[in-house]
Design a protein around this ligand. Structure first.
Ligand SMILES: NC(=O)c1ccc[n+]([C@@H]2O[C@H](COP(=O)([O-])OP(=O)(O)OC[C@H]3O[C@@H](n4cnc5c(N)ncnc54)[C@H](OP(=O)(O)O)[C@@H]3O)[C@@H](O)[C@H]2O)c1
Length: 308
């Protein structure tokens, strides 16, 4: 019997980014994917130019493609850059999101907005989905504004907050890659002891986003890693895992960093909701680092990294 399986049509913004690159790759086998970009053409899916600063272009692309699902990752993510270019941060992270939300409502598309732990001030921790948000940086404020646009202007939506994503990307160096590369070049790395987050392995985030899109899960959901850990402790685990020279790892406190924007001290996300409703669960940092090491070994990146 000939069974025609109708593929979901999914439009992904920020498809060339750290998360987008992996997400589009993972979705492409089961869905028709429009991979939207501005400057860097994505490797996977159907590359589709969409400048988030150009409202007409956003509307035109959405009206032409009529996606079943929009996964909106595109954002100005540089926390210090957002502080320097506040108006651009709000244009990209909030105003563009409003246009996307309005068009999704018009087209009956399901909108998944990927947001951040930086919507919280970090004075508490283990933040639940409905805890009071109080961002302390322009990045956090502009992303929270984006969340408000989603709630106000779309009707079928999910806000998936994540934290400190790490993984492999052709050009972007996430935290573990940055450490490994510096240490292999015998450079000292100074890592803050007083910033605690929920690091998220990008393939784990992508499988949760895929499930949310397939099951049409509505509301706010924390889709981060399951472990609350300081940057420094995570660095120690990376040093152990990759057998790096521990004498090159130094403790530093965040007030010694030349950061422009304030960062939350402890923006750990409580992932119990995702853990209870999703088949793909938020992973511990140990499992994620094991998978990350396997991924590095199987990619054989420059033969540069060796697992302990
Ligand atoms: N990175 C984090 O630490 C973190 C933490 C929590 C949540 N998040 C959220 O997770 C999502 C994905 O983050 P990520 O780390 O994958 O980001 P990323 O690597 O910085 O990528 C950002 C993406 O946004 C696109 N973009 C930026 N300006 C644009 C514009 N004017 N028009 C169209 N596209 C534009 C970029 O495309 P071009 O290169 O083509 O311009 C790029 O693909 C974001 O929404 C972010 O807020 C990130």
């Amino acid at each position: 019997m000939d069974i025609n399986v109708v593929k979901l049509k999914i439009l992904v913004t920020g498809a060339s980014g750290l998360v987008g690159h992996q997400l589009v790759k993972d979705l492409s086998s089961s869905s028709d994917v429009y991979s939207c970009y501005n400057k860097s053409k994505p490797e996977f899916g159907n590359p589709t130019k969409m400048d988030l600063l150009n409202h007409n272009m956003i509307s035109d692309v959405l009206l032409e493609t009529k996606p079943d699902v929009v996964i909106h990752l595109g954002a100005m993510t540089g926390v210090d850059l957002c502080e320097k270019e506040q108006s651009n941060a709000f244009e990209i992270n909030s105003k563009a999101t409003k246009i996307i939300a309005e068009k999704c409502k018009e087209l009956n598309s399901f909108l998944i907005y990927v947001s951040t732990d930086y919507v919280f001030d970090g004075f508490s921790n283990m933040y639940k989905e409905n805890d009071t948000s109080n961002p302390i940086s322009t990045y956090g404020k502009s992303k929270l504004d984006g969340e408000k646009m989603v709630k106000e202007f779309s009707s079928d939506w999910c806000i998936a907050r994540t934290s400190t994503p790490f993984g492999i990307h052709p050009t972007k160096k996430s935290f573990p890659i940055w450490i490994i590369e510096n240490v292999k070049q015998k450079k000292q790395v100074n890592i803050v002891t007083d910033q605690i987050t929920s690091p998220t392995y990008v393939p784990n985030l992508c499988e949760m986003l895929k499930e949310i899109s397939e099951k049409n899960i509505n509301g706010i959901i924390h889709t981060s890693g399951a472990t609350s850990i300081s940057r420094y402790r995570m660095a120690e685990l990376i040093f152990e895992k990759f057998n790096l020279d521990i004498t090159l790892l130094n403790k530093i406190s965040s007030d010694k960093m030349n950061w422009i924007a304030k960062r939350p001290k402890n923006s750990t996300l409580d992932t119990s909701l995702a853990n209870s409703i999703l088949d793909k669960k938020p992973q511990s940092i140990e499992i994620s680092l094991n998978q990350f090491a396997d991924e590095i070994n199987s990619n054989d990146i420059n033969n540069n990294y060796s697992e302990n």
